[in-house]
Design a protein around this ligand. Structure first.
Ligand SMILES: CC(C)(COP(=O)(O)OP(=O)(O)OC[C@H]1O[C@@H](n2cnc3c(N)ncnc32)[C@H](O)[C@@H]1OP(=O)(O)O)[C@@H](O)C(=O)NCCC(=O)NCCS
Length: 156
């Protein structure tokens, strides 16, 4: 039964570019999973103006996840990705990341990187399963925690 329900949710999850009407909900998800950012609709608007690209996932008109990326001269970076707890492990995170990959390739960039805390095992597994490798580790000056730099290269 669970697989059946999961299958239905997955089938109706739609990934698209963010709209102004999504800002509050994306800020809410951002604050829940990345509390240090203290996001709100103005901050999301500001990030978009400064070059962030957001894609969101929606299920029955409800925003259940997002990805925030930046395009640089030679590569691209995932700033953040999060999926509402009730909608995890049904492929929505992967659908968001694949949408970002497609966009980045279309922009002519051949690699993407991100920073993730070494303690975030679930996220690291998720990234590895989506083609990322650990490139290096650094110590975050503010928290003293170990941060991994992960990268995925695209074959052009
Ligand atoms: C990391 C995160 C975005 C993943 O989102 P998600 O929607 O659960 O991702 P997916 O469903 O695509 O993949 C998660 C797992 O479910 C499994 N899965 C995917 N579809 C499935 C399905 N239909 N049935 C069963 N399992 C499935 C995948 O194999 C995957 O396993 P893995 O983690 O070993 O790769 C989510 O856990 C999250 O929001 N974490 C908190 C925020 C965070 O830490 N972000 C990253 C730091 S920047």
């Amino acid at each position: 039964m669970k697989m059946f329900v999961v299958g239905i949710i997955n089938a109706v999850a739609k990934v698209r570019e963010i709209k102004t009407a999504d800002f509050d909900r994306v800020a809410e998800l951002t604050n829940r999973f990345f509390p240090y950012t203290r996001s709100d609709r103005e901050k999301i608007a500001e990030r978009l103006q400064r070059g962030s690209v957001y894609f969101i996932a929606e299920v029955r008109k409800k925003v259940v996840g997002f990805i925030d990326i930046r395009i640089y001269e030679k590569n691209a970076k995932i700033i953040g990705i999060a999926v509402d707890d009730d909608y995890r492990e049904i492929g929505i995170g992967s659908a968001l990341i694949k949408k970002a990959f497609k966009f980045i390739r279309r922009m002519g960039r051949s690699s993407i990187f991100l920073r993730v805390e070494r303690s975030n095992r679930d996220a690291i597994n998720f990234y590895k399963n989506n083609g990322f490798d650990v490139r290096s580790d650094i110590i975050d000056a503010a928290s003293g925690r170990v941060i991994y730099i992960l990268e995925k290269k695209f074959e052009n």
